[in-house]
Design a protein around this ligand. Structure first.
Ligand code: ATP
Ligand code: MG
Length: 411
């Protein structure tokens, strides 16, 4: 296992807290990630200093009172932010976000005991080295996720931990310890106490993990996504795994997971989960268009070209990329075909080829000026011109397009 290489700002803060006579450690995700050889995103600290004492030591102008009643002060240091929390124990989290009451305590071990998972309950400083009372290092080495203490008690205190359990499992590809897993499954009806925003956030983090399929536990999914049947989940899980991972792929993975609900069902479900409008729209479009997209392979070559241009007329390249990823995940045997389709789409975009009426060298006003009456006929004339341009029967130039429009209106 790797050493902890403290980030400069965190080292400076620990140093100042120690010099002032307080205990202080880096803790949680940054220690876990360091031990895994990953680069920590942010460095969180815990300390025996009370919030008021932290603010006094660093000066109010360098502190953000993030959650004073829960003991959290964010300290600005060297252009970065460090969440610093007083050692504490806590009661239950009615809102799934903050404990109802906290009690400040003098020892780091007591603070570690309130944390969710053994791999998240390790603290470090240079004086004491790693403080790891729950065997977090051993679980990291064996690639196991385990609750701190009695899992049932911990999930009863805060059901959000059930989702965090599978989320961290998926993120690192770790096994879930048996008793922890059993308690999580037995208690997942408690997830109804957790706010929908928190559920959405955890589900999103779970879904963008490298291979989340095995962590989409039916009991848990039924609690947070009652819309989705167990059968549909079983079918979707391997497709989710086959989609690209990472934050940007969230709509593709949501579409893979929820496709059985249909476009309207997907919208309703994602709105219920308070997903962003952009996420709802992107996912819904993928669900709506992917069947049509899969039809491409069955078309003859000239039709394929028209079809692709019309698709690019309706959707941007990013959506087309998402569609290709989703279809390739659903039909692994057709992956080369979707790769080729995507290449063609990128080439069309790059060449700036005409894909939609707005890109024609004539518009409705030009046609009306040439004597074609406004109304549905105008629209269908423009559509016919677009098709002829895509089929290269007409150049995308004003004069020939106008002439063709006038002639077709006359016949
Ligand atoms: P990430 O890299 O995803 O931020 P993290 O471990 O820093 O991982 P956070 O959600 O930022 O996770 O939480 C910071 C720490 O606080 C965790 O490592 C864990 O020790 C503790 N923690 C967070 N949420 C809970 C919870 N619901 N119950 C108990 N402990 C928690
Ligand atoms: Mg964090």
């Amino acid at each position: 296992m790797r050493d902890i290489r403290l980030d400069e700002g965190a080292a400076a803060l620990l140093q100042r807290l120690h010099a002032a006579g307080y205990q202080a450690f880096v803790v949680g995700g940054c220690v876990r990630d360091s031990l895994l050889g990953l680069c920590p995103q942010d460095w969180d600290l815990c300390t025996s200093a009370l919030p008021g004492q932290i603010m006094e030591l660093f000066g109010a102008e360098n502190c953000i009172p993030t959650g004073l009643q829960h003991g959290t002060v964010t300290i600005k240091q060297g252009g970065r932010l460090y969440e610093t929390t007083t050692f504490r124990t806590e009661g239950s989290y009615t809102d799934g976000r903050h404990p109802d009451r906290v009690q400040f305590v003098p020892k780091v071990e007591e603070d570690l005991a309130r944390r969710d998972l053994t791999i998240n309950a390790i603290a470090y400083n240079r004086q004491r080295g790693l403080v790891d009372p729950f065997g977090g290092q051993e679980d990291l080495a064996h690639r196991i996720i385990r609750a701190v203490g009695d899992p049932a008690t911990r999930f009863e205190e805060d059901a959000l931990r059930i989702l965090r359990l599978y989320r961290f499992g998926a993120r690192f590809g770790f096994a879930i310890e048996e008793k922890t897993d059993a308690a999580a499954k037995a208690l997942c009806s408690r997830l109804d106490c957790v706010s929908v925003e928190r559920i959405q956030e955890e589900l999103a983090k779970l879904l963008v993990a490298p291979q989340p399929g095995g962590y989409l536990v039916p009991e848990v999914m039924a609690a947070i996504l009652p819309e989705l049947s167990g059968q549909a989940l079983a079918k979707a899980a391997p497709v989710v795994d086959a989609c690209p991972s990472g934050k940007a792929a969230l709509p593709v993975r949501l579409a893979a997971l929820l496709e059985s609900l249909g476009e309207e069902g997907v919208r309703r479900t994602l709105r219920r989960l308070r997903c962003s409008n952009a996420c709802v729209e992107q996912t819904a479009v993928l669900v709506r268009e992917n069947r049509e997209f899969a039809r491409w392979g069955t078309l003859a070559a000239p039709e394929q070209k028209l079809w692709l241009r019309k698709l690019l007329g309706r959707q941007d390249l990013e959506t087309v990329e998402g569609l290709a990823a989703l279809c390739a995940a659903k039909e692994p045997e057709n992956q080369p075909r979707y790769r080729q389709l995507l290449q063609t789409a990128r080439a069309v975009e790059e060449a700036g080829l005409c894909c939609r009426i707005a890109q024609l060298a004539v518009n409705g006003r030009d046609l009306m000026a040439a004597g074609i009456p406004a109304g549905p006929a105008l629209r269908s004339t423009l559509e016919r011109l677009l098709e002829q341009v895509i089929r290269e029967q007409l150049p995308n130039e004003k004069e020939p397009l106008l002439a063709a429009a006038v002639q077709s209106a006359a016949t």
